[in-house]
Write a protein of this length. Structure first.
Length: 319
């Protein structure tokens, strides 16, 4: 698959596009507006720098017994026998690929023309996804594969709107894709098994570990475990049991985990957390804890405190 189109320039969409470009694929970001370009372009530069910085930092792990655990696995395909010179070559090639292979297009027809695969990475809003699919379905080439990076929604919810249900499935990535290089692949009952196999191979092409799901599962494997964990932490906050810092400290000290749930929420992004929260039926009940969580998240979002990319979420970060 040579030409990749990413629909959306959010946190994960940007990372997905850069990872595809890094591995030599031609990448076009389709965005809705000039304002979207203004939001996406800084993200592209931010994550490109982060990826190259992590490559450079990996030279310091050579000779360290922990190096095989710490190196960015999406950027260096094998740690065995790696040298500083080899990493320098990866840095030079990666910087060139992530500069030369990235394009931005507002015209949907131009963006998707000739695409081998389109990766939809829009907000977790079912109506918005359906709207994009219905706009796109008559513009795609007959052989183009369409996948969604939805974190929580099932592909069977949208297959009929795509115009190519047999060529539609889910391909879900974890945040900091170049280090946490997982790709969860989930079809729906109408997905062509041969198309599924092609997506498995595509994930490998972009240096991901392909994690194949045998059936549809809301939240896939990762978020089936992660979302309840983050929801439990947010419930403690909403009920005023403890503040986010204390909740995080408790988790880190008691489990040895490197990050607490609110630190993870800052990485995920509070807008994503809010959208997931609002899809729960209890969010409409003003007496529910879920409703209170939504109000608290919205308050922070309205102040621009949307997470690490904004410089502030539950914690402050240097931009």
């Amino acid at each position: 698959m040579n030409k990749v189109v990413v629909a959306g320039g959010g946190v994960l969409g940007t990372q997905i596009g850069l990872m595809c470009a890094y591995t030599g694929h031609d990448v076009t970001f389709w965005l809705r507006s000039q304002a979207s370009i203004g939001r996406t372009t800084p993200k592209i530069e931010l994550y490109k720098k982060a990826m190259l910085d992590d490559l450079a930092a990996a030279k310091g792990f050579i000779g360290n017994p922990l190096g095989k655990l710490l190196y960015p696995k999406g950027l260096i395909t094998s740690w065995d026998g790696i040298t500083p010179e080899a990493i320098d070559e990866l840095i030079a090639k990666g910087e060139k690929n992530m500069t030369d292979n990235i394009h931005i297009e507002l015209d949907m027809a131009k963006a998707v023309s000739g695409a081998d695969i389109v990766i939809e990475s829009m907000a977790e809003d079912p109506d918005a996804k359906i709207d994009v699919y219905e706009q796109m379905k008559d513009l795609l080439d007959p052989d183009t594969i369409l996948v969604t990076n939805s974190s929580t929604l099932l592909p069977s919810m949208f297959a009929e709107y795509t115009g190519r249900p047999e060529k539609y499935l889910s391909l879900h990535f974890a945040n900091t894709i170049w280090k946490n290089n997982t790709a969860e692949i989930m079809g729906h009952p109408g997905t062509d098994p041969e198309i599924y196999k092609k997506v498995v191979e595509f994930a490998k092409e972009i240096n991901m570990i392909s994690l194949e799901l045998r059936k549809e599962q809301p939240g896939y494997i990762l978020n089936s475990m992660l979302v309840p964990f983050l929801s439990a932490a947010q419930a403690l906050w909403a009920k005023e049991v403890a503040d986010p810092e204390t909740i995080d400290l408790t988790w880190r000290l008691a489990t040895g985990a490197p990050k607490g749930p609110f630190e993870i929420l800052d990485i995920v992004g509070l807008e994503t957390a809010y959208n997931i929260n609002q899809m729960k039926p209890e969010a409409q009940d003003p007496d529910s804890t879920i409703h209170k969580i939504g109000l608290l998240l919205k308050e922070k979002i309205d102040k621009g405190e949307t997470g690490i990319n904004a410089g502030k979420g539950f914690y402050e970060y240097k931009k």
